[in-house]
Design a protein around this ligand. Structure first.
Ligand code: SF4
Ligand code: SF4
Length: 649
C-alpha cells in the first residue's frame, strides 16, 4: 500500500539550502558591513584535520586555525566512524554544487557514470591531493589547499592566499567534471573525500597511527611523512578493493526484498550511482546516507535505515555533531604556538601570566614572531599563543619577575604619533594626561590616531606604560575639548577609516579612566623635541671600526621630513659605498632635523657621499636580497659639512 511519499528529500535539502543561504548572507554582509570579518573556513572540518595534524606533528596550529575547526574535524571523524559521511552528503557546499550541476548534465543527457578501471584510476587522484595537502600544510603551517579550494576562492573573493590560476583550474574541474561525470569532484578530486573514506576504514588509520606512536614512544625517530604516505596509499587500495563493502559502520540503508518491486528508481536517483536495488544493505564506500534513495522508493518501508523508519536519523545526528563541535570549539582553545624552552623543573615552578586583547596576534606568523621575541627575555621559559581570542600565556620565573605588571610592561610598546602638522602660528601647546583602559596593542595606537584625526584637533599623542595605559594628548593652546567631549571621542564604539583606497570599520571599546584638566604648557620647540624619534641605522661592519677612523657628513633633512618613512631607501643606497657605515638623525637647537652620515675616512670621502645624496636614482637592496633602482625622491638644497664623529652639537 502506498503511503505519503514526499517528493523531495527535505532533510538533505534543508541543510544544503541553509548552508548556501548562510554563505550568501556572509558574502552580502561582507560587502556592505566593513566591520564584518568572516572566516569562511572557521568550521571547515578539512582545515580542522590539517590543524590537528599540524599540532601533533609540529606543536603548532596552521595559519589562523583554531579549536573550532579542530572540533569540527573530530566531529567529522566521529560521524563517519559511527554513521557515515554526513558532512559530504548534507552540508559540503562543493558537494551540493556538484550534485546540482550533475542534474543539469542529466537534463541534457551528457552525464556519465564512470565504471571499471577509469573509475578506479581516477580515485587515486584525491589520495594524491590528500597527501600533498597534508604534506605542504604540515611543512609550512599554512593551509595549502587554500591556494586552489574553489569554495575558499569564491567565498573569500579570491583573496591573497588564493593562487588565481590554480583556483580557476579547480573551479573548471568542479563545474565541467560535475556536468559530465557523476559526482566527479567528490569521487575523484576532493582531499576531504579521501580522508572521509579513510575514516570509513578507521581500523587502518588507527592501526598505522598507533604503530607510529609506539615507534616514537620507544624512542625511535620516524618522520611523519611515512605514516602519512602509508595511510594515504592504503586508503586508496582499501577504497578500490572494498568499495562495495566498506564497513563496519553502525548505520546503513537497508532494502526489504519482500516489498521491493524492482523498479530500480532508488539506483537511478542515487547521486553516487550506487546500485541500491541490487543489495540488501548498502555498504558502498560512496554512500553518505543522503536518503535520496529512500525518498525515491515508491514502496513504503522498503528502503529504511537499519530496517527501521529512521529517516530522520542522519540529519539529527549531523545537527547534534555540529552543535557539540561548536560548543566544544568555543569552550576549549588550543594554542596556535605552544613553546617551552625552560627545563621541566623551571616550567613546573613557573608563574603563568595571561594577557588578552593583543590585536596584532592574528595568525601563525605573528604568533611565532611573538614566541621568538619572548625567547630572548631572561626569566621567560615559554609561551602559549592563542590566535582565536588574541591572547597569550607567558611562563615566567617568579624570582625574575616579582610583579605580573613587569611582564605586562614587556609586552607594551610605547608609541609617539603625530596626528597632524602644527601650523606655523602655533608657538605653545598644551599637554593633557589621561589614562585609558582596554588600550594596549600597537593596533590600538593606529586606531586612536585615526579617531583623533577625525574627531579632535589634537596634533599628537604619546603612550606610556601603566595600568591602565597613560596617554598624553597635545593640542595647540585653546583647542583642547572638554573632559566630557574627550571621553565621548575616546569611547566611540566604531571607527571608519580608509587605507590604501579601502574603507575599514572597526569596533572599539576604550574607556577614558582619568583626565587631568590642568595641562602642561610646552613651547613649540619642546613639543617638536618631545615627539621626535631619531633614526639610527648602522651597517657595513660599523662596530669593527674605532672612533678615530670615523667622520661624519652632516646635512639638513628639513626638506625631506615628509619622506621619513623612506629613509631606509636612502640608507640602502648610501650603503653601496662600503666606506659609509651609519646613518643617524637628530634635532639641532632650532628643531631642524639633521642627518649624520658616518663614514670611514680612508674608504670614502664627504664629496662621494654628497654625490650619492644628489644622484638622480637610488640603488636599493630589498630585505630578500633583490635589488632595484628607483627615482631619488630626496632633495638637498644646502651642502652638508664634514665633522668629527660623534659630535652632534
Ligand atoms: S545509497 Fe542512498 S543514501 Fe547512499 S548515497 Fe545513494 S541515495 Fe544516498
Ligand atoms: S526504489 Fe524501492 S522498490 Fe524500487 S528497486 Fe529500489 S528499493 Fe525496490
Amino acid at each position: 500500500m502506498k503511503v505519503f511519499n514526499p517528493r523531495k528529500n527535505w532533510y538533505k535539502n534543508f541543510f544544503q539550502i541553509a548552508i548556501l543561504l548562510l554563505l550568501v548572507y556572509m558574502g552580502i554582509r561582507l560587502w556592505v558591513d566593513k566591520t564584518y570579518a568572516p572566516d569562511f573556513e572557521a568550521y571547515c572540518p578539512l582545515g580542522g584535520l590539517q590543524a590537528l595534524g599540524s599540532y601533533l606533528a609540529r606543536g603548532s596550529l596552521a595559519c589562523t586555525m583554531t579549536s573550532a575547526q579542530i572540533m569540527m574535524g573530530i566531529m567529522l571523524v566521529v560521524g563517519i566512524v559511527f554513521f557515515s559521511k554526513l558532512f559530504c552528503g548534507y552540508i559540503c557546499p562543493l558537494g551540493t554544487v556538484g550534485e546540482w550541476l550533475g542534474k543539469l548534465g542529466d537534463k541534457f543527457k551528457v552525464r556519465f557514470t564512470l565504471k571499471g578501471w577509469p573509475d578506479t584510476g581516477l580515485r587515486l587522484l584525491k589520495y594524491g591531493l590528500l597527501f600533498a595537502t597534508f604534506y605542504f600544510t604540515l611543512e609550512s603551517s599554512e593551509l595549502w589547499c587554500k591556494k586552489f579550494d574553489p569554495y575558499y576562492a569564491v567565498a573569500s573573493g579570491f583573496d591573497t592566499d588564493v593562487e588565481l590560476l590554480w583556483a580557476i583550474g579547480a573551479i573548471l574541474i568542479l563545474v565541467l567534471g560535475s556536468i559530465f561525470l557523476r559526482m566527479f569532484w567528490c569521487k575523484y578530486f576532493c582531499p576531504l573525500g579521501a580522508a572521509s573514506n579513510i575514516f570509513k576504514f578507521w581500523w587502518w588509520f588507527a592501526g598505522i597511527l598507533g604503530i607510529y606512536i609506539i615507534i616514537l614512544l620507544l624512542g625511535g625517530s620516524l618522520h611523519w611523512i611515512w605514516p602519512l604516505a602509508v595511510i594515504s596509499a592504503g586508503g586508496f587500495i582499501l577504497e578500490v578493493w572494498r568499495m562495495k563493502k566498506a564497513g563496519p559502520g553502525l548505520v546503513h540503508i537497508t532494502r526489504s526484498k519482500e516489498t521491493c518491486i524492482d523498479c530500480h528508481l532508488c539506483s537511478e536517483k542515487c547521486p553516487q550511482g550506487i546500485d541500491v536495488a541490487s543489495v540488501e544493505k548498502v555498504e558502498h564506500v560512496d554512500c553518505n546516507l543522503c536518503g535520496d534513495c529512500i525518498t525515491a522508493c515508491p514502496e513504503a518501508n522498503t528502503l529504511q535505515i537499519n530496517r527501521r523508519n529512521m529517516r530522520w536519523l542522519p540529519a539529527t545526528v549531523l545537527t547534534l555533531l555540529i552543535m557539540v563541535g561548536i560548543i566544544l570549539g568555543t569552550k576549549w582553545e588550543l594554542p596556535t604556538v605552544d613553546e617551552k624552552w625552560g627545563t621541566k623543573e623551571q616550567i613546573e615552578q613557573a608563574g603563568v601570566f595571561t594577557q588578552e586583547g593583543l590585536k596584532n596576534i592574528k595568525c601563525f606568523g605573528s604568533a611565532s614572531a611573538f614566541a621568538n621575541q619572548m625567547r630572548s627575555i631572561n626569566g621567560v621559559y615559554g609561551v602559549s599563543v592563542f590566535v582565536g581570542n588574541q591572547s597569550v600565556k607567558i611562563y615566567y620565573d617568579k624570582n625574575v619577575f616579582e610583579e605580573e605588571e613587569e611582564l605586562q610592561e614587556l609586552l607594551f610598546t610605547p608609541a609617539k604619533r603625530v596626528i597632524r602638522p602644527i601650523g606655523k602660528e602655533v608657538n605653545e601647546l598644551e599637554k593633557y594626561t589621561t589614562t585609558v583602559d582596554k588600550f594596549f596593542d600597537p593596533m590600538d595606537v593606529y586606531y586612536l590616531q585615526q579617531l583623533m584625526l577625525q574627531k579632535s584637533k589634537a596634533v599628537a599623542f604619546e603612550t606610556e606604560f601603566a595600568c591602565p595605559v597613560i596617554i598624553h594628548f597635545y593640542y595647540p593652546v585653546g583647542e583642547a575639548p572638554s573632559a566630557g567631549k574627550l571621553k565621548e571621542i575616546i569611547e566611540s564604539r566604531t571607527l571608519t577609516y580608509t587605507a590604501s583606497g579601502q574603507e575599514f570599520n572597526v569596533k572599539l571599546n576604550y574607556e577614558l579612566m582619568s583626565f587631568d584638566e590642568n595641562p602642561e604648557i610646552l613651547s613649540r620647540i619642546d613639543y617638536i623635541r618631545a615627539m621626535y624619534t631619531p633614526t639610527v641605522m648602522k651597517f657595513n661592519k660599523f662596530s669593527s671600526f674605532t672612533q678615530d677612523v670615523l667622520r661624519q657628513y652632516r646635512i639638513s633633512m628639513e626638506e625631506n621630513r615628509a619622506l621619513r618613512s623612506r629613509y631606509s631607501y636612502l640608507v640602502s643606497h648610501l650603503s653601496n659605498d662600503e666606506g659609509v657605515v651609519a646613518f643617524e638623525t637628530w634635532l639641532d637647537s632650532l628643531g631642524t632635523e639633521m642627518a649624520s652620515i658616518v663614514f670611514v675616512d680612508s674608504l670614502t670621502t664627504a664629496g662621494q657621499i654628497d654625490a650619492a645624496l644628489h644622484a638622480d636614482s637610488l640603488r636599493i637592496t630589498y630585505s630578500g636580497g633583490r635589488t632595484g633602482v628607483v627615482e631619488n625622491p630626496f632633495s638637498f638644497n644646502n651642502r652638508g659639512e664634514e665633522a668629527d664623529y660623534p659630535d652632534n652639537n
